[in-house]
Design a protein around this ligand. Structure first.
Ligand code: MN
Ligand code: MN
Length: 318
């Protein structure tokens, strides 16, 4: 294939375990200038409520991404023939101050979006999605949202704080960053503080599909129906918390819950976003210290590849 787009360094040119571990072995750029899609890390873990360690997420996802090859064999998708993509490194968060870090993330994404690049982000804990959505909504207006997670992340406060990894979607809805009638939460489950914990989102118009609702079935029809609801024009954001998947396939995370999605159901959700007008995506909550095999980071890297494949305009080589 001849084009002028950045290509991943091939596994027959340099062994996959060698060389510089940039995301998908792509070139590293200093900014999002000239890019269609910017891969960016946000190494934050001071918004977490249980196990920490997501500050190491971007680095480990990059390390495991060396195994990802350029073509999707089932979808025939060819993202590196379709878009100019590069790894633009990490946001320099302040590891001592969550509120300042939120501001630093907002500034960083404002610059990415000013270059008209779409951010595809590696967390970091889920707190990062709020400042990203603020900038996305500033550019595009309120977005439709696909949210995969074991949790609804709609607490009003945590330890009295308005901003933490479990409050962000309440803030996003309150701030008008998201259209709740075009928002779906897939995978909430396990235990809560009250039996009504999931109700606030549903009361706002969000479609809440619990973990149990997903058991033993393909999620392709669910995504077909969500695409019918949203259409192919409305700017849409995908936020994928790795703990939406079952801890048996994604143990490396801070707040794991049993009864989660399989890796194939995770693929179905992301592949089901093809046809939506995706304007950005993130993969959050990978905590490498709890990922002794590296498989959670490897899965995360593959899910991020699938996000690229679902971006509007991605060529399929049938
Ligand atoms: Mn979350
Ligand atoms: Mn979660």
């Amino acid at each position: 294939m001849t084009n002028n787009f950045n290509q991943p360094l091939g596994g027959n040119d340099m062994p996959r375990f060698a060389g510089i571990a940039s995301m998908f072995r792509l070139p590293v750029h200093q900014s999002a200038k000239g890019l269609d899609i910017a891969l960016v890390g946000v190494p934050l873990d001071i918004g977490t409520s249980n196990r920490s360690g997501t500050r190491f997420g971007p680095r480990e996802i990059r390390a495991e991404s060396v195994l990802v090859r350029p073509y999707g064999m089932a979808t025939k998708a060819a993202p590196f023939d379709s878009f100019q993509i590069a790894d633009i490194g990490d946001v320099a968060i302040n590891p001592y101050d969550l509120k300042k870090s939120i501001g630093l993330i907002e500034d960083h994404y404002q610059q990415i979006l000013a270059h008209n690049a779409k951010p595809v982000s590696m967390g970091g804990d889920h707190t990062i999605t709020l400042p990203i959505l603020r900038q996305i909504a500033k550019k595009h207006g309120p977005v439709a949202l696909v949210h995969v997670d074991a949790h609804t992340d709609i607490n009003d406060t945590m330890f009295g704080e308005k901003i933490a990894h479990g409050t962000i979607f309440r803030r996003a809805i309150e701030e008008g960053l998201v259209d709740p009638h075009k928002m779906i939460q897939i995978g909430p489950r396990a235990t809560g503080y009250t039996a009504e914990d999931f109700d606030w989102a549903a009361d706002q118009g969000v479609q809440v599909v619990t973990g149990e609702d997903c058991w033993y079935k393909s999620l392709a029809p669910l995504m077909d129906s969500f695409r019918d609801t949203v259409g192919g024009e409305m700017p849409t954001y995908l936020s994928f918390d790795i703990d939406g998947l079952d801890p048996s396939v994604a143990p490396g995370t801070g707040t794991p819950e049993p009864g989660g999605l399989s890796s194939s159901q995770g693929l179905e959700v992301i592949r089901g976003c093809h046809g939506l007008n995706l304007v950005g995506a993130d993969l959050v909550e990978v905590s490498p210290p709890y990922d002794t095999s590296g498989n959670t980071s490897l899965l995360a890297a593959n899910l991020i590849f699938e996000m690229l494949c679902s971006m509007p305009g991605c060529i399929r080589r049938n």
